[in-house]
Design a binder for this molecule. Structure first.
Ligand code: DX5
Ligand code: ZN
Length: 226
């Protein structure tokens, strides 16, 4: 069957004076996922937004809410996000002293569990937790800011992870990529084995509906050809 193909626009690049309207535009073009970049000012320098924002969006959309925790000790946030209605809760391996236990807690709360890796973090941190992981997020920029440039060395990392997952018996486990993905870089990451595509500035700068449709078309073309 293979992994799912999805576009997950990051609201970090949204215009917050029009957030509801911009989410409705994404819904109108049938964008399946929505990506929430949660930053605590410690794991990464900026502070972004928290579960209060997700709670107010939850009743307004059926989109799958994909939460990326760029925070230290993400366990603190499992319960609040589960209550607020998050679907996927992705923690950074670098931020978890007890990653195995954190993944169990996420599942116990009823959410799906993702693990994110910074560009310099080796894939081997996943070796003994794969059976508890629903998605791996490969950071293709250093986390903290939208609008950065794709780190080209990450193409090989995605490829190596896809191979590792296939060989370990997880051919359906999706790889999400985050940072610097646009019309130019999307085919590179798809070809390397990614299937869930986060895009912030490439969706929210300019015509949001058209941008999302274009990226989803690239996904559909790739999916039908492979
Ligand atoms: C980076 C965030 C990303 C960011 C991506 O720290 O995790 O989700 O919003 O933004 P673009 O797509 O503009 O690189
Ligand atoms: Zn993100």
């Amino acid at each position: 069957m293979g992994p799912i193909f999805r576009l997950s626009p990051s609201i970090l690049s949204a215009d917050f004076t029009k957030l509801g309207e911009q989410i409705r535009t994404l819904e109108s073009v049938h964008t399946p996922w929505l990506h929430f970049d949660v930053m605590d000012g410690q794991f990464v320098p900026p502070v972004s937004f928290g579960e209060v924002v997700l709670r107010s969006i939850r009743p307004a959309t059926k989109m799958f809410l994909d939460v990326h925790l760029m925070v230290t000790e993400p366990d603190r946030f499992i319960e609040p996000y589960a209550k607020a209605g998050a679907d996927m809760f992705t923690v950074h391996a670098e931020a978890c002293v007890h990653l195995d236990r954190t993944l169990q807690h996420i599942h116990e709360s009823g959410m799906k569990a993702g693990v994110a890796l910074n560009p310099a973090t080796p894939l081997s941190v996943l070796d003994y937790v794969l059976d508890k992981v629903d998605m791996v997020l490969i950071m293709t920029v250093n986390p903290g800011y939208g609008g950065q440039k794709y780190i080209t060395a990450m193409t090989e990392k995605i490829r190596a992870l896809r191979k590792k997952l296939d060989e370990a018996g997880y051919p359906d486990l999706p790889i999400e990529v985050d940072g610097g993905i646009n019309e130019k870089t999307i085919n590179t990451v798809l070809e390397a084995g990614a299937s869930v595509i986060v895009a912030g500035s490439a969706v929210f700068k300019g015509d949001i509906g058209k941008n999302a449709e274009k990226l989803m078309e690239s996904l559909a073309i790739w999916e039908s050809a492979n």
